[in-house]
Design a protein around this ligand. Structure first.
Ligand code: SF4
Length: 371
């Protein structure tokens, strides 16, 4: 029920990673990366499927050896989400995974080495319509750039990125996206701002090596939040030292908070105090877990008492306001006659949210049919 985001997106060129559009106003795609051994095909497929269950749009898989490339082939046959192969230096691996149907190559052309090898990869990508991601990381800048700037600076990251961009420009290849990641929030933000003014290709956002689940999520939300609020960014990955599934959830939460892209339930809940009439925290935690499968965008407010409950319920699709023994229930901002028993709140609310989601999905299907 909340209004659309006021954010105006930066103009960028559209590319496609498999069937997922990136740039030119497309929904900001949420990515993650597997951390299983790529040669362990079953474990990698299992992890990709877990990522798909929480809505990942694109998954990156590292392919460090030719043996891993053979495993990549088997993985690709078993999953439906577009896959990016993460490759460093070895152009033969890039050519091999291209044969196996890779959807994007994460390889820096300047690191491939000889000109004929760079050309081979770029021509192969062109023939098969495979985009490339140029990925710059503040921790692995070229030696001469490190010496020139003394330390990673926004200018240094952007100079490094533009070197690779120039190689692709020279080969008349524009089907690429770029990232300039750093673990320092200000360094990353400033680098993306600078780069955004210099190229029209989509930007892949990330605060690299951000940290563990909590601190990494906070850093990512601040850094990516600053950029996204300025309209910069076409796809993102949250880098956490945690289960990759968490990366996807945090990515969607950031987009949800900025009202850029909604997927699933946006819970609005009070922090609770002695006025609460039911267990708000327990209810929210239980429902977040139980309703992970719901992808219909919906605002649900769960508020412990009448101090803030009715106000939040007014702008929510579904709202509950704590009352003595029984709590008030709101739908579309309107108070309903029905009330929830405080001790059955979780089950009753879950049923209402599920019914509402299926009704919203149904009416969306009718709209599409009538179009
Ligand atoms: S809404 Fe009520 S229960 Fe929740 S924090 Fe505010 S006063 Fe406390």
């Amino acid at each position: 029920m909340h209004s659309e985001t006021p954010i105006v997106r930066r103009q960028s060129k559209r590319i496609y990673v498999g069937n997922v559009p990136i740039g030119d106003g497309a929904p900001i795609a949420v990515q993650s990366m597997t951390n299983t051994k790529t040669t362990d095909v079953d474990a990698t497929v299992k992890q990709i499927e877990a990522l798909q269950r929480v809505g990942v749009d694109i998954v990156r898989v590292s392919v460090p050896t030719m043996e891993a490339a053979e495993s990549f082939k088997l993985i690709k046959q078993r999953v439906s989400v577009p896959l990016v192969a993460d490759i460093h230096f070895d152009y033969r691996i890039a050519l091999q995974v291209a044969e196996y149907g890779v959807d994007c190559l994460r390889i820096n052309p300047g690191n491939i080495g000889r000109e004929d090898r760079i050309r081979a990869v770029v021509e192969c990508a062109r023939d098969k319509n495979i985009p490339i991601r140029i990925g710059i990381n503040g921790g692995s800048l070229e030696k001469d750039i490190q010496e020139k700037y003394g330390e990673p600076t926004p200018e240094a990251l952007v100079e490094s990125a533009l070197r690779h961009v120039e190689i692709l420009d020279r080969l008349n290849f524009d089907n690429f996206k770029v990232s300039v990641k750093a673990s320092d929030v200000f360094l990353a933000v400033q680098s993306y701002r600078l780069l955004a003014k210099q190229i029209i290709q989509p930007l892949h956002l990330g605060i690299t090596e951000a940290g563990g689940a909590r601190s990494g999520s906070v850093k990512s939300a601040i850094g990516l939040g600053m950029l996204l609020a300025e309209g910069i960014g076409d796809t993102l990955r949250i880098s956490l030292a945690a289960d990759p599934v968490e990366e996807v959830k945090v990515g969607f939460d950031i987009l949800k908070a900025l009202r850029i892209r909604s997927r699933g339930i946006n819970f609005i809940a009070c922090p609770t105090c002695s006025r609460q009439e039911f267990d708000v925290i327990g209810t929210v935690n239980a429902l977040e877990q139980r309703l992970e499968d719901i992808i219909t965008p919906m605002d649900v407010s769960i508020i412990g008492c009448v101090v803030n409950g009715p106000g939040e319920a007014l702008v929510s699709d579904i709202g509950v306001t704590g009352g003595h023994n029984k709590s008030g229930f709101y739908e579309d901002g309107e108070r309903q006659r029905e009330r929830f028993d405080n001790d059955k709140m979780i089950d009753q609310l879950e049923a209402k949210i599920r019914a509402r989601a299926s009704m919203m999905d149904q009416s969306k299907r009718i709209d599409i049919t009538q179009e």
